[in-house]
Design a protein around this ligand. Structure first.
Ligand code: ADP
Ligand code: ZN
Ligand code: ZN
Length: 659
């Protein structure tokens, strides 16, 4: 039972280190928790603060520590909620209370006087256009969400192809909530946070909107946060961090493109926005609405089980805009016909056709999860781990390794399936593709969009707007180009190698591939022009490619779920990833091995399955060595106990992630 509590009196991340220690009276020791609001004597007054730390040891001389007076009866609803959320995140993601608070609490910083010029709404070019009359499916979805609010208030999953009118549904629901004097948070992926996309919201909701993005200064962000807290803003739009905007009258959180990887934080706490939003809604009595054309397997699984309410939009909203025609090209056949170019004969023909008609083309190189997977250029088979069903990865020492179990095998001279000598690690980059395009289509104007060309502050919008204004015929890019951009003149999308993500060393490889292919295909034919898509692949028979070509999410789900179930991968079970890192290689390995042994001994009898430890793809980064292990069990609470065990460290750093 802790005896002392660290209390902060100011709710802002910048004041976290200004905590004060108080003694907890005997009778309160059972009831005070992290995040509790307590009354304390402070400068001879009684004020309230929040408990952010608990300990058995006094930090200063014992007799200088005052007792706290009691659990506070006062409540400032938003702050209490964010505190409770932080305490929950600490439990769920196994981080420290401080890390959780740093994530959840606003950083206090006044913005400079004389207002910096922010790229922002030039409201003059907005025609407040009226909302279209919703179609039957949209109306049903809106009504279902509003009805659910009055009942069990389960989260809703709006499942509809790109262009099916999901955004119109969000807006209709938001409009209703605002009319009820509620506040709303809308999350969209950072990369889709473009003026083009925001315009519709400004046109509909005017100046009651606050936008948060990562390019803003802390001061600009804080200003938005303060306005939201005072109720001067009703709708906040932003990437995952916008989730923590303190909204006293929060009634709804909408998460667009809910499957997006960017909703998972890569910093500790490694939280997932959908889970956090669900918790925040529960704490606030708010509703949660998720939307996607390709929901994450987790979300669709919950919708199938009735944990979420499933809302469907089966067709594109504008009748004349139809889904594009998709053709799959087998690259093995190209190889047989002597064509070793990155363009198949079909794709080359279609590109020439488009250039002639002055229509635009997007060429997409799928580099997600690309980490040196190895495949046969003749038969297309990727070299996979016999135990884990994920791709093996090429390491410089000449071995192929599995990142889950550590299985390794020497790089083969010949393909184990067909004997061909053309076995290679896949390695075409966007830059190379760009130069090939310039050489093969000298008359075309080409733009490239990838991590390198978008470094500057306005990198993205510069390239996208140049392309949108017909400043180029061909846009070459990575997954960046597939997210929610609308280019009406694009009538051809070429996917150069669908396989790059298919065999990545991640159990979600097929899902990510399906998602990327579907989203990329969705870029073609958004306007009046008919759209065509060419998917080039060594694995035309793979279900992720087949179902993406058919734009059939449910067919994909039906193939994928049993595979997850068979191998106990999420959502059919829970998985804990444990990363151990340290500067001494031997010590680090020994620690990982020792930890693995302790987990085995304590939890294998309870049904947990431990894989590893093994060296991950980047086993040494900046002189820090890494080891990873994975624990699978159907019950997440057991994994949390294991996570607890991993907290006792000695000289090494441990990072855990629960899927
Ligand atoms: P999504 O968010 O699913 O991609 P949007 O809401 O952006 O779809 O809608 C796609 C296009 O269809 C937009 O141009 C939108 O204005 C139009 N649209 C949506 N709903 C309707 C409707 N009921 N009637 C006419 N046009 C619609
Ligand atoms: Zn082969
Ligand atoms: Zn393996």
């Amino acid at each position: 039972m802790p005896i002392y509590a660290d209390v902060i009196v100011n709710i802002s991340a910048s004041d976290l280190d200004r905590s004060f220690q108080y003694r907890i009276p005997e009778e309160l020791r059972e009831s005070i928790r992290l995040g509790s609001r307590v009354d304390i004597p402070f400068n001879r007054r009684s004020i309230s603060g929040f408990v952010v730390g608990l300990s058995d040891e006094p930090a200063i001389e014992e007799d200088k520590i005052l007792p706290l007076t009691g659990l506070s009866k006062k409540s400032a609803a938003v702050e209490d909620r964010l505190m409770a959320l932080a305490a929950w995140m600490r439990e769920r993601y196994g981080c420290t209370m401080n890390q959780a608070l740093m994530t959840v609490l606003p950083v206090k910083k006044a913005s400079k006087r004389g207002k910096a010029k922010v790229e922002g709404p030039d409201l003059s070019d907005i025609s407040p256009e009226a909302a279209p009359t919703l179609n039957e499916a949209q109306t049903a979805a809106v009504q279902a969400v509003l009805a659910e609010r009055k009942g069990a208030n389960r989260p809703g999953l709006l499942f509809g192809v790109t262009g099916s009118g999901k955004t119109e549904v969000y807006m209709a629901v938001i409009e209703q909530l605002l009319a009820e004097k509620k506040q709303v948070i809308l999350l969209i992926p950072e990369i889709a946070l473009t003026w083009q996309n925001l315009k519709r919201f400004y046109a509909r909701f005017g100046d009651r909107i606050g936008v948060i993005n990562s390019r803003q200064s802390a001061g600009e962000k804080y200003e938005t946060v303060e306005k939201a807290k005072k109720g001067q803003i009703d709708l906040v739009i932003g990437p995952r961090s916008a989730l923590f905007t303190p909204m006293p009258r929060l009634g709804l959180i909408v998460i667009d493109e809910e499957h997006e990887e960017s909703y998972r934080s890569e910093l500790s706490p490694r939280y997932h926005s959908v889970e956090v939003a669900e918790k925040l809604c529960e704490l606030s009595g708010a509703s949660l609405l998720l939307g996607s054309a390709t929901p994450s397997l987790e979300s669709f699984y919950k919708a199938q089980n009735g944990r979420y309410q499933l809302l469907r939009l089966p067709a594109r909203a504008v009748p004349e805009s139809r889904l594009p025609a998709v053709r799959v090209v087998d690259l093995r056949e190209e190889m047989k016909a002597g064509n070793k170019s990155v363009f198949s004969r079909l794709l080359r023909e279609k590109i020439e056709e488009r250039l002639e008609k002055r229509e635009q083309i997007m060429l997409f190189l799928n580099r997600r999860g690309y980490a040196g997977f190895v495949s046969c250029r003749s038969c297309g088979k990727a070299l996979k781990c016999p135990h884990c069903d994920v791709g093996l990865t090429y390491h410089r020492d000449g071995f192929l390794r599995c990142h889950y179990c550590g299985f390794s095998v020497r790089f083969p001279d010949r393909c184990p399936s067909c004997g061909s000598p053309y076995v290679a690690a896949f390695g075409t980059g966007t830059q190379k593709v760009e130069s090939i395009v310039r050489k093969e289509f000298p008359e075309a104007r080409v733009l490239r969009m990838d991590a390198d060309t978008t470094k500057g502050k306005e990198g993205h919008s510069r390239i996208l707007s140049a392309f949108a204004h017909q400043g180029a015929d061909i846009l070459v890019g990575t997954q960046m180009i597939v997210k929610g951009h609308d280019f009406p003149r694009v009538s051809l999308v070429g996917i150069l190698a669908a396989d790059l993500s298919l065999y990545s060393s991640d159990y979600r490889a097929a899902e990510q591939t399906f998602e990327l292919l579907t989203q990329a295909s969705g870029r073609a034919g958004r306007g009046a022009l008919a759209g065509e898509v060419v998917i080039q692949t060594y694995s035309p028979e793979h279900y992720a490619v087949q179902t993406a070509a058919a734009q059939d999410y449910e067919a994909f789900y039906a193939e994928e779920l049993p595979r997850r179930e068979l191998l106990h991968y999420p959502p059919a079970g829970a998985m804990l990833a444990v990363g151990v890192s340290g500067t001494e290689e031997a010590e680090n390995e020994a620690f990982a091995a020792g930890l693995a042994e302790r987990i085995r001994r304590a939890f294998e009898p309870l049904g947990a399955v431990l894989i590893g430890p093994t060296a991950p793809f980047r086993s040494k980064v900046q002189d820090v060595y890494r080891q990873v292990m994975f624990v699978k069990h159907p019950d997440r609470t057991l994994l949390l106990k294991i996570q607890e065990l991993t907290r006792e460290t000695g000289g090494v750093r441990i990072q855990t992630d629960i899927f």
